[in-house]
Design a protein around this ligand. Structure first.
Ligand SMILES: Nc1ncnc2c1ncn2[C@@H]1O[C@H](COP(=O)(O)OP(=O)(O)OP(=O)(O)O)[C@@H](O)[C@H]1O
Ligand SMILES: [Mg+2]
Length: 256
């Protein structure tokens, strides 16, 4: 792909991606690092067909997805892509198992019960936890459920935007271990992270700045000397008012 993304705002426009040229091979395990606002999420959302570039093209498995209609992109997302987010984005009124089954129900999968139980086990959670609502699970457990949900339609690609951003170091490692295991089973995985430890566990690291890719290389050197704490000191401000949760959940269902 080579893409530019410009957000047009009332007070001028923001070039979130500036002629980013990127090729990802099937089976790759990639981390994207870079300061806040450098375009990481924008890039991930464009790769995931959640958003479209202002100019440029994106090919997935040889198909030019930038030329697709909204519904064409939705189909690609459901068939090929699983999303994982920092805030887990589980539906609070559903149990863990029901959350995992949700994308299957959207697709009309008949064996959703059996399949969601298998996914629950695959991400290392007990049957009992399957009956818990998200609020009755730890952060790590919620992220496991979210990963199981991302796997519901057996996607080839998993895109994770700061999946360990709300987790402690030990739990982050566990979640990365889970993603690594999925990668070893052939899934292509892209993880946006601020955490050098997380990046050091992937095979390839892209560093972004001001909408461009600064460097594209193997695992970070900082991995070995990792001190156990992210140095970015960045905390999600949580400033977003969650006034209309219904709308929000509806928007989330866009991603699976
Ligand atoms: N929907 C939007 N409308 C307008 N501008 C946007 C939108 N989304 C992102 N931007 C702008 O595009 C730029 C890149 O944002 P992006 O969210 O991709 O950054 P990021 O690297 O993911 O940052 P963070 O680490 O804080 O998540 C920023 O300047 C941001 O303000
Ligand atoms: Mg982001």
């Amino acid at each position: 792909m080579e893409v530019t993304k410009i957000y047009r705002m009332p007070r001028g426009s923001v070039k979130a991606l500036d002629r980013v040229n990127l090729s990802i091979s099937a089976g790759d395990f990639i981390s994207i690092m870079g300061p806040s606002g450098s375009g990481k999420s924008t890039l991930l959302n464009i790769i995931g067909c959640l958003d479209v570039p202002t100019s440029g093209e994106v090919f997935i498995a040889g198909k030019n997805v930038s030329k697709l209609s909204e519904s064409g992109r939705t189909r690609i997302r459901r068939e090929k892509i699983g999303f994982v987010f920092q805030q887990f984005n589980l539906i609070p009124t559903l149990t863990a198992l029901e959350n995992i089954a949700f994308p299957m129900l959207l697709r009309g999968e008949r064996r959703h019960e059996e399949k969601s139980r298998a996914l629950l086990r695959a991400v290392g959670l007990s049957e009992e936890l399957g009956e818990h609502k998200p609020a009755e699970l730890s952060g790590g457990e919620q992220q496991r459920v979210a990963i199981a949900r991302a796997l519901a339609n057996d996607p080839e690609i998993i895109l994770a935007d700061e999946p360990t951003g709300n987790l402690d170091t030990k739990t982050s490692r566990e979640i990365m271990g889970l993603l690594k295991a999925l990668n070893e089973r052939g899934k292509t995985i892209v993880v946006v992270t601020h955490d050098p430890l997380v990046a050091s566990l992937t095979r390839r690291t892209l560093r972004m700045l001001d909408g461009r890719i600064l460097s594209d290389g193997g695992a970070t050197d900082s991995g070995e000397t990792y001190s156990g704490e992210s140095d970015s000191g960045e905390i999600d401000s949580g400033a977003t008012e969650r006034s209309d949760r219904e709308e929000e959940w509806k928007a989330q269902t866009e991603t699976f």
